[in-house]
Ligand binder design. Structure first.
Ligand code: M6R
Length: 368
């Protein structure tokens, strides 16, 4: 049942290109436009939306954080992202024209369900992004967009995360298409590029041996930091979460711009710091992070840099360089997350942990 792999997690990491392809299947028409009929929220209703709030937990929350960048950019709508457990106890300002998107792989996470009920009481429109057919979340929402990752057995979410990203890109691009935002041509081009992402994820998977080697060499470390900017920031959070839950190691993700506001004090000689570098095409963003890498390296950190293949500008400052295929900035999490999943999985395995069943964790958290 593990398809020849030692762990479900390894199998699920390997299944990501197919999972991404399946989530795109049937949603991009021959004319290059998106159709999301099964979503059950009409185009008219979508045109009325003036604010989006995303609620989720854990890895699904990280997908939500990435969604914010895509929704603001393409759909041109204000978007807030909330931990479901916090949203539920706040007094959020919602109305009939607010779209609340709940992201949950299992569709059974109690915090997410309670957040949805809280939003319903205030008459918001509710859209679920969910991987499990027949689970509770889709029943509690007005509409649903299923991810087609297939069953995810390992406690640590991998393929579900990548398909959640595809789902949020589809929603952001679809809203842009329906509302006709100023990025019309870009939206059309992005839909075409999204269709190529399964190959890009596959490419990354083919180059993971050095990442595994690196992970084994760091099994004795106490702490690992993760840095990113823009959509690389949630990727850093996700990399840290994976390492915590699988390797039981102190790991933290930071927005690289926050370094000088505190976290840089943590940098000491030999500390492994993994940095996610935006594409070279985003020059200002890119240059900023290159100077962050220089800063931490000057303080003796061991820099592990994930950057676009051929990005020679980071070479002088990277103790280890992990190349990923060039893709548009907003899609970059699809390729930069994969090395972090492989890294955490391999490091935890080197420490002798069962990566499918980490201690103290359950696959779906059905209590608050
Ligand atoms: O089923 P959900 O997506 O609602 O689950 C949310 C979190 O419990 C989940 O993502 C958790 O953080 C994973 N173990 C992360 O790998």
């Amino acid at each position: 049942e593990k398809g020849g792999y030692d762990y479900f997690m390894l199998k699920e990491i390997a299944e990501q290109p197919r999972a991404v392809a399946d989530t795109l299947l049937g949603r991009i028409g021959a004319d290059g436009r998106l159709t999301l009929d099964e979503m059950r929220i009409s185009d008219r209703e979508l045109r009325e939306v003036d604010k989006i709030i995303i609620v989720a937990c854990g890895t699904s929350y990280h997908a939500g954080l990435i969604a914010k960048y895509a929704i603001e950019h393409w759909a041109g709508l204000p978007c807030e992202v909330e931990l479901a457990s916090e949203f539920r106890y706040r007094d959020p300002i919602l109305s009939r024209s607010t779209l609340v998107i709940a992201i949950s792989q299992s569709g059974e996470t109690m915090d997410a369900l309670m957040a949805v009920r809280h939003a319903r009481e205030q008459h918001a429109k509710l859209l679920g992004i969910c991987n499990v057919n027949g689970s509770t979340l889709p029943r509690e929402c007005d509409g649903v967009l299923y991810t087609h990752a297939g069953p995810e057995i390992a406690v640590a979410s991998t393929k579900a995360f990548l398909t959640q990203l595809v789902a949020v890109y589809l929603i952001a691009l679809y809203i842009a298409q329906v509302r006709g935002t100023k990025f019309g041509d870009e939206v059309f081009a992005m839909i075409q590029l999204l269709a190529q992402m399964p190959e890009k994820v596959d490419e990354v998977l083919g180059t993971m041996e050095p990442v595994r080697e690196l992970a084994r060499s760091l099994a004795g470390e106490k702490s690992v930091l993760f840095l990113g900017r823009h959509v690389g920031f949630p990727v850093a959070l996700e990399g840290a979460l994976k390492l915590k839950e699988l390797a039981y190691m102190h790991a933290e993700g930071f927005a690289a711009g926050e370094l000088k506001h505190g976290p840089i004090a943590l940098i000491e000689p030999g500390l492994p710091v993994i940095v996610v570098v935006p594409p070279r095409s985003r020059d200002v963003l890119h240059d900023k992070i290159v100077s962050n890498i220089q800063e931490i390296r000057a303080r003796g950190a061991r820099t592990i840099v994930i950057a676009e293949e051929g990005d020679t500008s980071v070479e002088p400052y990277a103790d280890t360089l992990i190349g990923v295929p060039a893709v548009p900035t907003l899609f970059q999490p699809l390729v930069t997350t994969v090395p972090l999943q492989v890294f955490a999985c391999e490091l935890a395995t080197a420490k002798g942990h069962d990566v499918d069943q980490p201690r103290n964790l359950a696959k779906s958290v059905t209590v608050e």
